[in-house]
Design a protein around this ligand. Structure first.
Ligand code: PEP
Ligand code: MG
Length: 658
């Protein structure tokens, strides 16, 4: 037992061999004269800095240990250097000085934030202290979020009490004033008012309001609900399934279970990484990642080591550019329906609606012809940006009723625009109603029922490809058929693809258009019958959002209602929509890959569900021998790092190819 509280020639302190806040290679710590260890951590006395590098605004006027006990400081400095070299990592050290003698009490690997983790890893690598592989393993993939997105100031957050907690659907932090409807979000944002859209759940009609908002908070929904998917795609902070709040949007009131009542216009702050909601306006902090040398050097190492390709889920040229900047080497999921939501969607949406409510094939073809101009432009612009990289274009997936208005006024408006009777339109809209649309007339089923929809999309893809090639661009579209469960669906669609291919080649006077034909595997049956599916498909992309939904029988939009209880009661360890359920859904993926490759050795396999950006799931995909993962642009660096870590942990030659 040694004592730091026997007089003024005694002291005690806690120090780090490098600064845990920013990673600087400076000895960093605090101490108290005439005190014991608990006095330093108790916060009753303000500890003094051990040296000038450790001063902060509260302690800058206090005398440093280096100043008042220079010899002991030197001795301490000598030990800290020795310890770091010995353990090859930043150490958290506790020491006591008793009557002029220094005692080292303990040391352990020190905790650090993301910014510091990246800097320390790269500094230590460059100093020759650690290997490339160790540097890669030193940074938690999710720690990169701190560098990529703004976040709530951790100091301010530590002093605040959250009013609610939901599911962390879009990481990073945001603050803004509460609005309860999308139109208001847009109009307030136009007046430079930062807003947070608060709703029970969102739908495609909210996209503009969501875009205009700093963040989105919903009381319902799960990690792959509409709000979660859209927000994550933009790198926007988002909390969903927040059961702790009750929203009355008509009265403009949000009530939290913790007893708070907030009104429209009140400030709230969200931590989308933890799912915590705070009342008021908390400060934000952010890093300029482009200028962060350590980050850029780390990502270079990552690309040298990883074998998994990382693609992005994007649908616009702007997002495609972002994805490339974040290191994506292709698009793994281009959701064609995106063009009917949000800004500039008015005309294509109108034409789509015209097509949907068409009564005859001729009417439908006419509307599709008009629509094809927009579809081609949309696909072409993004393929143009992705010059040289593959672009996986998924054919129309959502049930058609999602695109038609259901409220009285909007139906009246549309009937006027289309020049048909309100009653006729209402009848056709009603006919689209389904009891269970997620399991209804969607995905490939649309293409089977209305081959002309597939035909129009395929023609748009091939024509865009030829026109870009003529401009000297390298393009490689991958045509992806969604929601398939039997190889006969693929055969049916492939016939259309082959026919349109010949027609476009003839019409454009070209011998060949490079492309691949494949399918999403998102229905358990498709995974089980993968050997059949692979006879037609050249690639598989596991749609793990739907595959999870259909394997568990949990609605991806409603899981928020019971997931917290399932997690609390430890019935589930994790949210299966966030991280792959390796035992169940993972087993289906493993079977799918094994059976698919049993008939097509070079079958390209990827994942494009939201799990493609989750580090644990990325590692699992590596182990299963996938070729790529695809995720939202902002998660691309996280997936790249996770992929590199997977390679370090399990080099590909050790991977048990299924
Ligand atoms: C999926 O189901 O995993 C998928 C990527 O498709 P979506 O989320 O659009 O249904
Ligand atoms: Mg799907």
């Amino acid at each position: 037992m040694v004592f730091g509280n026997l007089g003024d020639d005694c002291a005690t302190g806690v120090a780090f061999t490098r600064n845990p806040g920013n990673g600087d290679n400076h000895f960093y710590g605090e101490y108290l004269v005439n005190a014991q260890g608990e006095d330093v951590v108790a916060g009753i006395r303000t500890p003094a800095p051990i040296n000038d590098f450790s001063k902060n605004s509260q302690s800058k006027h206090l005398k440093t240990l280096q100043l008042i006990m220079p010899h002991l400081y030197e001795e301490l400095d000598h030990y800290q250097k020795k310890l770091e070299i010995h353990y090859k990592d930043m150490q958290d050290i506790e020491f006591t000085i008793e009557k002029g003698t220094l005692y080292m009490l303990q040391c352990r690997v020190g905790k650090r934030n993301g910014i510091a983790a990246v800097k320390m890893a790269m500094d230590m690598y460059e100093e020759g202290l650690i290997s490339k592989e160790t540097a890669i393993m030193r940074v938690g993939p999710n720690q990169l979020v701190e560098l990529l997105l703004p976040r709530l100031d951790p100091k301010a957050e530590a002093k605040s009490q959250p009013i609610a907690k939901g599911l962390p659907a879009g990481p990073g932090g945001a603050k803004g004033r509460i609005v309860f409807d999308s139109e208001k979000a847009v109009s307030w944002a136009e007046k430079n008012e930062p807003v947070i859209l608060v709703r029970d759940e969102t739908s495609p009609e909210d996209v503009e309001g969501m875009h205009a908002s700093k963040a989105i908070l919903t009381s319902k929904g799960g990690m792959t609900s509409h709000a979660a998917l859209v927000a994550r795609g933009w790198g926007k902070c988002c909390i969903v399934g927040c059961n702790d709040i009750e929203i009355n949007s008509e009265q403009g009131i949000l009530r939290s279970k913790s007893g708070k009542t907030l009104h429209e216009g009140d400030w709230i702050s969200l931590n989308g990484t933890t799912g915590l909601v705070y009342e008021g306006s908390l400060p934000l902090v952010s890093v300029n990642v482009e200028e962060n040398q350590s980050y850029n050097s780390l990502m270079k190492l990552v690309d040298e080591v990883k074998v998994l390709e990382v693609r992005a889920n994007v649908e616009t040229p702007e997002d495609a550019l972002h994805a490339i900047q974040f290191g994506a080497t292709g698009i793994g999921l281009f959701r064609t329906e995106h063009m009917f939501y949000g800004e500039n969607s008015e005309e294509p949406l109108f034409l789509l609606r015209k097509m949907i409510i068409s009564d005859t094939v001729e009417e439908r073809r006419k509307a599709l012809n008009e629509l094809s101009v927009y579809v081609k432009k949309d696909i072409k612009e993004t393929m143009d940006v992705m010059d040289g990289y593959p672009v996986t274009i998924r054919l129309l997936d959502p049930p058609l009723h999602e695109f038609v208005p259901h409220d009285k006024n909007k139906i009246a408006e549309l009937s006027h625009e289309l020049g048909i009777k309100v009653s006729t339109l209402r009848k056709r809209v009603l006919a689209l109603h389904e009891n269970n649309p997620m399991l209804g007339h969607r995905g490939v089923r649309l293409g089977v029922s209305y081959p002309e929809i597939t035909e129009m999309q395929i023609r748009a893809i091939f024509e865009a490809a030829v026109e870009l090639t003529e401009k000297g661009k390298k393009v490689f579209p991958e045509i992806m058929i969604p929601v398939t469960c039997t190889v006969n669906e693929l055969k049916d669609q492939k016939e259309i693809v082959n026919r349109v291919y010949s027609e476009v080649c003839l019409q454009k006077g070209v011998q060949k258009i490079d492309y691949a034909f494949g399918t999403m595997i998102e229905i358990p049956r498709a995974a089980l019958k993968a050997d059949h599916m692979a006879t037609e498909a050249e690639f598989f992309s596991f749609g793990t959002n739907d595959l999870t939904q259909m394997s568990f029988g949990f609605s991806r939009d409603d899981i928020g209602g019971f997931l917290p209880t399932y997690l609390d009661k430890k019935i589930l360890k994790d949210d299966p929509f966030q991280t792959i359920d390796q035992q169940g859904v993972g087993e289906l993926i493993r079977i799918g890959i094994e059976r698919g490759r049993s008939v097509r050795k070079d079958l390209e396999v990827g994942i494009c569900g939201e799990h493609g950006g989750d580090p644990e799931s990325v590692k699992f995909c590596h182990k299963l021998g996938m070729n790529y993962v695809s995720c939202s642009p902002f998660r691309v660096p996280i997936a790249r790092l996770a992929a590199a870590q997977a390679s370090v942990e399990m080099p590909r030659h050790e991977v048990q190819y299924t």
